[in-house]
Design a protein around this ligand. Structure first.
Ligand code: ATP
Length: 122
């Protein structure tokens, strides 16, 4: 019972974190909108299971990296409020992780959706 209570609190904290993440920052909103568009396109083009797995994985991966990047940015600001080269490096590397996942997601999106758009062209 105690274990279940603890799990419930942990879930609540995670939801609280996600709420702050989407409320306080612009990049997550942009990536969430892109993800919603991908899901709408997925339903429109009747994706198969493998394509759905790829789309859901890409959306989750980009948003997760974005959340980790955001947490690292805030932690860096607490640890190093004044200018420090290594603090900047931490932020740049975390931003690089978001860039890698976004580019990969974009390429996978093109691989899945471009042939489907070409099929419906007159
Ligand atoms: N304390 C610091 N010391 C050195 N360089 C920093 C520091 N804080 C930020 N920078 C540099 O400035 C860049 C922008 O940092 P900032 O905290 O403004 O993030 P951001 O890219 O504006 O994030 P977001 O757009 O999500 O708000 C960093 O990637 C880093 O190169």
């Amino acid at each position: 019972m105690n274990y279940l209570k603890k799990r419930k609190s942990a879930f609540g904290y995670a939801l609280k974190g996600l709420k702050a993440f989407f409320r306080d920052e612009d990049h997550p909103k942009f990536h969430a909108i892109a993800g919603i568009l991908a899901v709408i396109l997925g339903f429109s083009f009747n994706l198969n299971s493998i394509e759905w797995i790829a789309v859901i994985f890409c959306v989750a991966l980009v948003l997760s990296f974005e959340a980790i990047n955001s947490a690292l940015e805030q932690l860096t600001d607490i640890a190093s409020p004044s200018y420090l080269e290594s603090a900047g490096k931490v932020k740049d590397i975390a931003a690089g992780a978001v860039l890698i996942s976004s580019v990969a997601a974009g390429i996978i999106g093109l691989i899945i959706f471009v042939p489907k758009f070409l099929e419906i062209l007159p």
